[in-house]
Design a protein around this ligand. Structure first.
Ligand code: RP5
Length: 190
């Protein structure tokens, strides 16, 4: 139930876990119908060597992420619990995606979890203004509609400011993409 999830996020066990045993990135989305789009964030993190945490008693080795459906409108209490405990639960960045014209999960999460960086993903074009429309003093980093892969990369960029090895992984991924462009381009001339 929602109450069980609220308890899970607010539990002492979740807050007291040593930092190396907690996920580094939290991925949340407003509905399971957002999953197709938000899978791009999972893909980016997986491409960078992050593992998904599903069992919190099984400590991840290396970077990891968790993923949840949290609705700003259907489960506001869950959104509050998730965002307000994010720092205590050891998260370093949250990626939040929502669609529709009232895509409030990313911006509300950014406000509630401040100063934790939140990368917002408008799941559709019509959600862009809702996601990025934050007032002065309440910042949110955002990607364009549907660009959740970039949100995964952005989350890793925040972590990489403090970790040269992760920065190298980001560089390698960038180089792969650059080589891919060169390959496609030369294919056009053969
Ligand atoms: C938003 O409403 C969700 O993020 C989703 O994109 C949209 C529609 O949700 P469903 O009606 O498909 O559950 O809050």
């Amino acid at each position: 139930t929602v109450a069980d999830l609220v308890d899970l996020f607010e539990s002492e066990a979740a807050r007291d876990r040593p930092a190396e045993e907690t996920p580094d990135v939290g991925v949340i989305m407003g509905s399971d119908s957002d999953l197709d789009v938000m899978a791009g964030a999972h893909d980016a993190l997986t491409d960078l060597g992050f593992t998904e945490v599903t069992d919190y008693d099984d400590a991840p080795s290396g970077y990891s992420f968790e993923s949840w459906v949290v609705s700003a409108h259907r489960t506001p209490d869950l959104m509050y619990a998730y965002a307000e405990t994010a720092v205590d639960r050891g998260l370093d960045v949250v990626i939040a995606g929502a669609g529709g014209k009232s895509a409030d999960l990313p911006n509300m999460t950014a406000s509630l979890a401040y100063p934790l960086p939140v990368v917002g993903v408008p799941v559709q074009e019509k959600s862009v203004d809702s996601v990025i429309g934050m007032p002065t003093g309440a910042p949110l980093t955002a990607v364009d509609a549907g660009k959740s892969y970039n949100a995964g990369l952005s989350a890793a960029q925040f972590l990489a400011t403090d970790d040269p090895e992760l920065a190298d992984r980001l560089r390698d991924l960038h180089a792969d993409r650059r080589d891919g462009v060169a390959e496609v381009s030369s294919d056009l001339h053969t």
